[in-house]
Write a protein that binds this ligand. Sequence first.
Ligand SMILES: NC(=O)c1ccc[n+]([C@@H]2O[C@H](COP(=O)([O-])OP(=O)(O)OC[C@H]3O[C@@H](n4cnc5c(N)ncnc54)[C@H](OP(=O)(O)O)[C@@H]3O)[C@@H](O)[C@H]2O)c1
Length: 251
Amino acid sequence: MFRTALITGASAGIGRGLAERLAKKGTTVALVARRQDLLDEIKHGIEAQGGRAVSLAVDVSRPDDVVAAVERAARDLDGLDLVVANAGIAGAVHSRDITWAKVGPLLQLNVMGAIATLCAAIPDMVRRGRGHLCGVSSLAGIRGLPKTAPYSSSKAALSTFLESLYVDFHGTGIDVTDVRPGYIKTDLTANRPYEMPMLMELSDALDVIVAGLEAREPIVAFPKPLASALYASRLLPQRAYGSLVRRVVRR
Ligand SMILES: NC(=O)c1ccc[n+]([C@@H]2O[C@H](COP(=O)([O-])OP(=O)(O)OC[C@H]3O[C@@H](n4cnc5c(N)ncnc54)[C@H](OP(=O)(O)O)[C@@H]3O)[C@@H](O)[C@H]2O)c1
């Protein structure tokens, strides 16, 4: 059980679901996102069920703001046991249509914002000799997927950051978990014009994520068949991977 947790992107989807699940287990949750009205609604829902929550309206793509919010929550809640860098956006774009205007905001949130969230939590966890850092990355970060250069690369960066944290903090009392979901039914995947293999219900995905966090798993990659296929594809050289992906996409 976590005494306290801070979750970014807590106004919807995975972040909201995770906050509500943890609050039910007795965790005091700090809810971070931009939409204050939604955060307050979720906070009141948690309190109505006997839980505890605070809401912090922050644009996570502004690293200084998210650092200040994490530090404030750590002070107000007398330390954070768990920090989840979950806020993120996605978007399919063919590489011929890429512009910096399309790529910049995604990297600013998914990379800079997520890493700023984790960085802000580190000094206090190091001082206390305990804590749990988590990032919600994606299976899309395992290899460069088609029409996903900004998103795939943002998640690869976050996962690599988490992997180094895991190596450095091993045995120090600070746990690190990289959550790498496949497709989950949330606003992020709603009305997508393409096929999403093994699309999962949010509640099933939350079961997997909560179990992985409680077990202090370093990587929570799911659904397993999709994760295994993508990890196996890492063994393919670039040309073979490229022609396989082009064949799959053409189908
Ligand atoms: N759904 C999937 O299939 C899937 C698969 C793999 C990985 N993921 C990852 O899981 C994470 C959550 O995705 P989701 O599916 O739950 O998405 P979602 O339902 O669209 O929720 C996204 C959350 O992020 C917040 N957010 C967006 N921009 C923000 C900003 N600038 N500052 C602060 N908060 C911001 C949103 O709140 P506000 O709008 O109120 O700010 C919302 O709470 C993302 O990192 C995503 O890449 C999702």
